[in-house]
Design a protein around this ligand. Sequence first.
Ligand SMILES: [Mg+2]
Length: 198
Amino acid sequence: MKIGIDLDDVLADSLPHYLRAFNARFGFEIGLAEAAWRIADRFPQIPRQEADDFFSELIAAGFFSSRLLLPHAKEAVETLADAGHDLYIITGRTPRDEQITMDWLTRVDMRSRFAAVVHRTRDPVERHKADVASGLDLDLFIEDELPVALAVAETAVRVLLFDRPWNQGLLPDTVRRIGSWPEALTQIAVRNGHGEYR
Ligand SMILES: [Mg+2]
């Protein structure tokens, strides 16, 4: 199978830490259920330049470089690659951060497991990922953001959505919530072996 895999909050533990930094910087107490990248866009009282500076400074301080792997992520990727699946990282990070991404993948010793690492070249992120998913003719996409999951599902690519506080809501039949990487592997095996995945 050709499988697209999101990076932040699918392989790396990222968004909760971004939210914590945002809350600390701007004096909010936003909870995980409301977490989102570029969350400053929701607050017109935050000048755009200040929001941009916050993110640039976060990255300069090593935010993406220092992310930890989520539980079982590395073992799952190795299992899928060893089974012969073609794996693609499809991230909402921009090309500006590509070197950081590649260095991180090298550091966690996963870089060779992926056929390609695709960074975002257009907005919004859900459109970008849906285009890449259909362009690569993926069989499956693994994601944590609800708008991305819904947009990718509309292109007839099935989705596994990691169940997180920030992605609650109704899903079409082609998007399945999963609680862990072991559960993702089970779903992939079922679909691969018996064609009964839905
Ligand atoms: Mg993500």
